[in-house]
Design a binder for this molecule. Structure first.
Ligand code: PMP
Length: 364
């Protein structure tokens, strides 16, 4: 829009859905000059030798061609990396975000619903809204555990097409009780619905659902390379029974994963040990951050991810104070009433965490 024109000067805007016009675009915080601990990224860069090797490999790619067979190579490599059980398949997305959108598209029946515990990852609700589906958010308990009874009641009442369980959850960073999950999975199965277990934070968690997935024909497991150390390339993957993945895959735009994403992911999997070491270092650092928060007397919840959720007296003031001291975190306090005065800290390098904790102490 030019400085002179107003919305009413552009008739074509009437063709944009009202609900889209009233939405806010996903805001990425400006991190320039700040220690970036707001988005659960892996803080470690690729070692220089690998950077050079990757550069050489990407330089030789046929970028004049659409993505081809390397996609199939990546599917195999990821299935192997994840330990995908026999008889199950895997599809690729441009980040898990795209997979969440594709799932909503594939389930877009009139009146269909998507259900997830809240507070949770925002894309579940957003994908439902954009697809004209109902989103049913079932509040967690005050200590951020699953309210199993409320989940079961909502599943029965709403008959959702999809139940999402992020395992661990964002922003609360916890895993759910195994038996509660199983009862929710069974209840959703009895209604003929899907369950998606979102394991975005799997590299930092003590458990995975992958082996349990093999017992069901209505459970999909979603993972991403973002937290593994490749947030910049946008590569998510969805695993599940062949028949289900084949249907969701029909909604996928052709060539959704570029040759650059694909080759970089293949390269990273060839060097998976490097990323596994980074994840181990992050888990160790998480323990250090948690102990330091305890020493500071800051309320926090135990984390199975690369983030720690804390509650302070005045989240706005602490967030701004930390930013003034050069540290960018995420103020999640307005996301849901249960998150009042909560802030989410991504675990960084030893040095970043030291600075983050100092900035927090000075900003409480
Ligand atoms: N699932 C969860 C639970 C997340 O927190 C996020 C991103 N923060 C995603 C999925 C999206 O991951 P991707 O970068 O693969 O789109």
């Amino acid at each position: 829009m030019t400085a002179q024109s107003t919305k009413s000067d552009i008739p074509a805007l009437q063709r944009i859905r009202d609900d889209v016009q009233s939405m806010h675009a996903y805001a990425v915080q400006d991190a320039r000059g700040l220690i970036k601990l707001d988005a659960m990224e892996n803080p470690y860069a690729l070692p220089p030798m690998l950077q050079e090797a990757l550069g050489r490999r990407l330089g030789q790619l046929a970028i004049n061609r659409y993505p081809g067979d390397r996609g199939a190579d990546l599917v195999r490599a990821l299935a192997n990396h994840a330990g995908l059980p026999e008889g199950f398949s895997l599809m690729l997305g441009n980040g898990s975000d795209e997979l969440i959108s594709l799932l909503a598209m594939a389930c877009d029946l009139p009146g269909a619903a998507i259900l997830a515990p809240v507070p949770g990852f925002v894309m579940y609700a957003m994908s439902a809204q954009l697809q004209g589906l109902r989103f049913v958010g079932v509040p967690l308990s005050a200590d951020f555990e699953l309210d199993e009874a409320a989940m079961l009641a909502a599943i029965e009442k709403e008959n959702p097409a999809i139940v999402y369980l992020a395992y661990p959850n964002n922003p609360t960073a916890n895993l759910w009780d195994d038996e509660s999950i199983e009862r929710i999975v069974m209840a959703q199965g009895r209604q003929g619905g899907l369950v998606v277990i979102d394991e975005a934070y799997q590299p930092f968690a003590s458990k995975s659902y992958i082996e349990r997935m093999a017992r069901h024909q209505h459970v999909l497991l979603m993972r991403t390379l973002s937290k593994f150390g490749l947030a910049g390339i946008r590569l998510g993957y969805l695993m599940g029974p062949q028949a289900l993945i084949a249907e969701v895959d029909k909604v996928r735009p052709p060539y959704n994963v570029s040759v650059l994403n694909c080759e970089t992911a293949l390269f990273a999997l060839e060097h998976a040990d490097v990323f596994a070491e980074q994840a181990a270092a992050i888990r160790k650092e998480r323990d250090v951050v948690e102990s330091a928060l305890d020493r500071l007397g800051v309320q926090r919840w135990p984390s199975q991810a690369n983030m720690v959720l804390i509650r302070v007296r005045d989240a706005g003031k602490t967030f701004e104070g930390m930013k003034e001291r050069g540290v960018l975190i995420k103020n999640v306090s307005k996301m849901h009433p249960l998150l009042a005065n909560c802030l989410r800290l991504t675990v960084g390098t030893t040095d970043e965490n030291r600075q983050m904790l100092a900035a927090l102490e000075q900003s409480l």
